[in-house]
Design a protein around this ligand. Structure first.
Ligand SMILES: Nc1ncnc2c1ncn2[C@@H]1O[C@H](COP(=O)(O)OP(=O)(O)O)[C@@H](O)[C@H]1O
Ligand SMILES: [Mg+2]
Length: 390
């Protein structure tokens, strides 16, 4: 997708014609249209996916009413353009207005392009900061612990039960099986995404995910193990940053190693689920993994310990594991034959058999995942009250 800034012109002033012509010829902007009267531009303002509006005003006209009229249709940044003797006086009143910048004509075209790009960039950053999906990574330093079962269950429940826009990202890059566990045959994978030319954005990401009937989106692992190495750290970082702006939750399934992609994910992880099992080799590896996480300065407060197949009587108890690892296990998931049966049918137990023991235990885990609602700050409260009174 092109990253040209989509702009629209409203109003008029001396020299605006020339500026419009110069911008139309610019490679960096995409001129969607122009309308002298704001009132006649309702449709493009509301539906034009605009990144910036350039509103020109004559020195005798106070632009406040026009700015307010534009604001009825779009939140895109507005740059005021003016010329003439009184234009400078307008600067003072513009401080109070909801405009990103004021430009007094004549201007060099590249200065105007810079102002447009800066205004639209600032808005995009604000949007990204305002919406930041939660990254939940499921990790265990041993194969077969149940990472994929837990990651797929968690993601499916977040999508279906909690109604969250959820992405399941399979970073078990060589032998990922998240898609197959959910009975999907993805046409595209994370490999196709990282080798595709051009910058990544939400729209492009949407073209590579596979939708499950429960509403969950999956970005599957590469089809061939040899393609894994192209999914490098920097690509994963960019992918997670984009995913965070378009999803409420991103659940990441992993392989039992700390390879580059997993390290990049840890950097962006809000909650790390470390899966444990009631067997000595797994616990030995969990202990080593915890040491690595400490060396990486991964915050201990973000780790949730989950014991899978907890109900088996195998001569080791969760309590002993907690003592041995000096951690507290937050959740226990039972050994449940239903899970195996469902895996072999390509369906998730939490969707197909919501009443089985495993599914019910998963509910507790999902409830714990829901980000806690924070009390509003004093400033937010004040703003809310002023809205309520208005
Ligand atoms: N709680 C459970 N009860 C019963 N079987 C389970 C449970 N968790 C995992 N399994 C079985 O173990 C197998 C391996 O799990 P998987 O999630 O693929 O492990 P990992 O991703 O850690 O390698 C699955 O195919 C599933 O049948
Ligand atoms: Mg797995």
């Amino acid at each position: 997708m092109s990253d040209r800034v989509r702009i629209y012109f409203t109003g008029d002033c001396e020299g605006f014609d020339t500026l419009r012509g110069a911008l139309a010829a610019s490679e960096e902007v995409d001129v969607v249209g122009a309308s002298v009267q704001v009132g006649a531009a309702t449709t493009p303002l509301a539906g034009g996916h605009l990144d910036c509006i350039l509103h020109a005003t004559r020195d005798s006209v106070f632009p406040g009413a026009d700015v307010a009229a534009i604001r009825e249709h779009t939140r895109a940044p507005i740059i005021l353009v003016a010329s003439g003797a009184e234009a400078a006086a307008m600067l003072e009143s513009a401080i109070e207005m909801d405009v990103a910048d004021v430009l007094l004509l004549p201007q060099m075209t590249h200065n105007v392009v810079f102002a447009i790009r800066k205004a639209s960039h600032a808005r995009r950053q604000l949007q990204t900061a305002a919406h930041r999906g939660r990254v939940v990574t499921v990790f265990s330093p041993k194969g077969g612990t149940g990472k994929t079962v837990v990651a797929t269950s968690l993601a499916a429940m977040l999508a279906k039960r909690e109604g969250k826009r959820t992405l399941l990202l399979d970073l078990d890059l060589q032998f990922g099986d998240a898609a197959i566990m959910l009975g999907l045959e993805p046409a595209k994978t994370v490999y196709d995404l990282v080798v595709a030319p051009g910058e990544l954005d939400s729209e492009k990401l949407a073209g590579y995910v596979t939708r499950h009937a429960c509403g969950l989106d999956i970005l599957a692992a590469p089809m061939r193990p040899e393609d894994a190495e192209l999914v490098v750290e920097s690509k994963v970082t960019a992918l997670l940053d984009v995913a965070r702006s378009s999803y409420d939750a991103i659940v990441v399934d992993t392989s039992p190693f700390f390879h580059g992609a997993v390290l990049a994910t840890l950097d962006r992880t809000d909650q790390l689920i470390v899966l444990c099992g009631l067997d000595v080799p797994t616990l030995k590896n969990v202990r080593l993994a915890l040491q690595t996480l400490e060396q990486l300065s991964f915050p201990a407060s973000r780790i949730t310990y989950v014991m899978n197949r907890a109900s088996t009587n195998v001569g080791l108890k969760t309590r002993e594991v907690e003592d041995g690892l000096h951690v507290k296990v937050a959740h226990e998931l039972p050994l449940d034959r239903t899970v195996q049966v469902c895996v072999n049918r390509g369906e998730s137990a939490v969707l197909a058999q919501p009443r089985c023991d495993f599914s019910r235990a998963m509910v507790g885990l999902v409830k714990q995942m829901a980000p806690k609602t924070q009390a509003p700050t004093a400033a937010q409260r004040k703003r809310l009250l002023s809205f309520a009174r208005a």
